[in-house]
Design a protein around this ligand. Sequence first.
Ligand SMILES: NC(=O)c1ccc[n+]([C@@H]2O[C@H](COP(=O)([O-])OP(=O)(O)OC[C@H]3O[C@@H](n4cnc5c(N)ncnc54)[C@H](O)[C@@H]3O)[C@@H](O)[C@H]2O)c1
Length: 444
Amino acid sequence: MTRRKRYVQVGVGARSRGYTVALVKTMKSTCELVGICDTNRGRMELCNRKIVKDLKGKAVPMFLDTEFDAMIRRLKPDVVVVTSVDCFHDQYIVRAMDLGCDVVSEKPMTTDAKKCQRIVDAVNRTGRDLKVTFNCRYMPAMVQVKDLLMQGVIGKILSVDVHWILDVDHGASYFRRWHSEIGKSGGLLLHKATHHLDLANWFLSANPVEVFAMGGRRFYGAQSGMVKRYGLQGHSERCLTCRRRGKCPFFMDIRKSADLKGMYLNCEKHDGYIRDRCVFHKKINIMDTMSLVVRYDTGAFLSYSLNAFTPYEGFRYAFNGNKGRLEFEHIGAPLTSQGKVLPAKGMPGGMRIRLYPHFKLAQSIPLKKFKGSHWGGDDRLMADVFGAKSTKDPYLRAANYASGAMSILIGAAANKSMRTGQPVKIASLVKGLPPARLPKMKQW
Ligand SMILES: NC(=O)c1ccc[n+]([C@@H]2O[C@H](COP(=O)([O-])OP(=O)(O)OC[C@H]3O[C@@H](n4cnc5c(N)ncnc54)[C@H](O)[C@@H]3O)[C@@H](O)[C@H]2O)c1
């Protein structure tokens, strides 16, 4: 029998839970969780309570961020799983590799080009393995689209239009949390678009070459004018204590969710982090309205937009090939900012794949059934990352540091382009980065 791999987790907030379940329960034949690390002792204690009560496992040793090196030396893990706030990913990835560990990092791999360079240098220096967990690649619907494109149903892809809209519930949540500060998340073009742009890179099997972008903060934040429109002058820093709560369409009561209360409100005393900060707060400095164009090494063009304040959530990928067009879209239900579904009788909704070959009948492609979190992506990702040696994957979904870098470098280039008003070449941002490993596409 092969030895189980020893894992530690850094950052034990909301996203880390799926990893803890995999390491302690579902993947325990191949994995062992041996320690956790976070800046917040309260959240580590909560994580250990969950391990014992819900997962019937044993509590593991806890380490503060300042004790990371000591944790590695004492516990000798094989792999460090990084699920902390985005801006700290690089420091744990680099240190873990220098201390002889492999790394599994949540997206985004990091938040700017300088940090990306540190990671690339560390991989080249140490030869350690770094996996970036793009769960979207594992969603069955995405795999179906990738499979069609790989078969060449629309021939060579010449251009793609990608539009994502985030609603006033999910989209607004980014403006309540640490994500709303560019120093912590890199902005939504890094934090969120890393998923959408990785999918674009992967769908096209192409590496980005050049990026031009524009964007702004038009809805959230203190300067957008929306406070006055809603009549919320004199609002507080957070919902919990806000005098304008009765008037505000974005009011959220953090005490009403047992999960949010346990994980954040009850843990505030340890680090002062406020999870229900006002979406119009003056510290918000990320954008909510972004558009960019990308040129790829295959010659394809991408046009991408992201808006974070729409009544419903959804996306559209429309691929234009030399044999036809493939459309892949999702239209969600309109919601209140508290997540209540609003009636939308007679309106389109759901997920669709439509194929329009040149000079032939168009067809709607039936979607395969799926269940589980993130449209069935999470369980499949965990099984691939933490299971026994995986079988050969024709879609090459397991993403290494090169794929992690290619998706965030589009965002980093876009942020730079917005600052300078100029197009930015990806190769000018980071040296020593190989092209991402992507599956071959059948061409016409
Ligand atoms: N793939 C996905 O679908 C998906 C979904 C959500 C989040 N994420 C990613 O997961 C990561 C965590 O996000 P989250 O939603 O759990 O956020 P969160 O705020 O719930 O958790 C972040 C945790 O990191 C800890 N932390 C902060 N600074 C730290 C430091 N210097 N060292 C160690 N720990 C530190 C916090 O105390 C907290 O426990 C992020 O990188 C995010 O982008 C991915």
